[in-house]
Design a binder for this molecule. Structure first.
Ligand SMILES: [Zn+2]
Length: 420
């Protein structure tokens, strides 16, 4: 009896002693409020333990998940680490066992924009800033996603920008000017991507309906419905999804990244759930999928030199990366690559009174190299210094395409969306 009393006392003393230590462990950065109104506090869950993941080797790549932090340079990652888990721990993306460095320049400039960058990362060719899916002479080149779709892979594009914004657009459309988002929306539907989640509803609707901007009088939401897409626009609908194809447009243009919208992590988790669902039947083959997940707004926050927002957006992106890691660890045939299209803001990290002190040297993109982190079968192919055009070349090798990059055949004119 006496022993039990003593144990209880020791327990309470220990708990009292440890509580400030535990509280200090808990991340409570002020900008990291939940993206959901019904749960106050931080959305960020740090990795615990946070040591480097033991790589999965030897298996064959069955799925590829490419996560792109738009505008995310090395220092954006470092800054988010310092302000969330501290200098000695790791973000989820930093736990990936393979790391590399990627060059980003475009044909027209040493400083790329997202359009030229995604063309390199999706189609394997350099182009001028502003152009998507084609070389400077306007020869369209197939994206790795288009080739995989033709090879019966399932496909997904997830972003917090409009889904027709440059980075997601680069995987499923071919335009000479990134501002042609109306055209991009049409092409995305005809390319039959199974999971499309993000903002940008206005580019799918004709003028006069909602915030629609289409002047061709087409209602692509009706068209999508006729093509079998489930149309959703709320978090509740997202979380209730059971199967693809789905077109989820949660905002007229870019998402707010606040409640009541779904978070990037939730969209990523749902995308993985739908695309990895096994076919029924005795002889059904294991499905294969390619999904691109973009943390679109790290770039926007960095253009504004808004440090708090950059940290928040980077951590929101990291939570989506966490979803991909958890799936890849279970699946064991999933290659996860986390990278960026370019650095934004010329972020320099100084120290003041023992605390990291960010300084922005630009309101635009810079020529800085960007990080590459990878995990899963054959992920070691993404180590070292590479060009952004090498990224899809290596993915194409691992997924069975001998010829890449490939110009789209002249006859391969995109089918027109025809509904009036
Ligand atoms: Zn930008």
């Amino acid at each position: 009896m006496k022993n039990i009393k003593l144990l209880v006392i020791v327990f309470f003393v220990l708990a009292l002693y440890l509580s400030p230590v535990l509280a200090a462990e808990k991340f409570n950065y002020k900008m990291a409020e939940s993206v959901h109104s019904n749960s106050k506090g931080s959305f960020y869950r740090s990795a615990s333990p946070d040591e480097t993941l033991k790589n999965i080797t030897g298996g064959k790549v069955r799925n590829v998940i490419l996560c792109i932090g738009d505008g995310m340079g090395f220092n954006h990652v470092t800054l988010a680490r310092h302000k969330s888990v501290g200098p000695n721990r790791k973000l989820h993306m930093e736990r990936l066992p393979i790391a590399g460095v990627m060059r980003t320049h475009s044909t027209s400039s040493l400083i790329t924009d997202s359009a030229a960058a995604v063309t390199a990362m999706a189609s394997g060719v350099k182009t001028n800033n502003g152009m998507i899916g084609m070389t400077p002479d306007k020869t369209p080149h197939s994206s790795i996603l288009e080739l995989l779709i033709a090879d019966r892979w399932r496909s997904g594009l997830v972003a917090t920008s409009a889904i027709t914004h440059a980075t997601p657009a680069g995987f499923a459309s071919y335009v000479d000017q990134r501002s042609k988002q109306v055209e991009i929306a049409s092409q995305m539907l005809t390319n039959q991507v199974d999971v499309l989640l993000g903002g940008g509803q206005k580019f799918f609707l004709p003028k006069g309906i909602g915030k629609g901007v289409r002047e061709d009088n087409l209602n692509l939401l009706v068209e999508a419905g006729q093509r079998g897409y489930q149309l959703i626009e709320t978090r509740q609908q997202l979380l209730a999804l059971k199967q693809f194809p789905v077109l989820g447009l949660f905002a007229d243009e870019g998402m707010t990244t606040f409640a009541p919208e779904p978070s990037l992590a939730e969209m990523t988790r749902t995308g993985i759930k739908l695309l990895s669902a096994e076919n029924s039947g005795w002889f059904a083959k294991k499905p294969k999928f390619f999904m691109m997940v973009e943390g679109s707004q790290i770039d926007w926050a960095a253009h504004a030199n808004d440090t708090d927002r950059v940290i928040r957006q980077t951590l929101l992106f990291d939570m989506a990366v966490r979803e991909t890691i958890e799936f890849a660890q279970r699946d064991r045939h999933t290659l996860v690559i986390v990278t960026s299209d370019h650095e934004t803001g010329g972020l320099v990290l100084k120290e003041k009174d023992g605390v990291i002190c960010p300084e922005w040297t630009s309101a635009s993109h810079t020529a800085a190299d960007v990080p590459v982190y990878a995990f899963g079968p054959d992920s070691e192919r993404f180590a070292g210094v590479m060009d952004n055009t090498d990224l899809p070349k290596r993915i194409s090798e691992l997924t069975g395409f001998k010829e890449f990059p490939v110009a789209r055949k002249q006859s391969q004119v995109l089918e027109e969306v025809s509904i009036k």
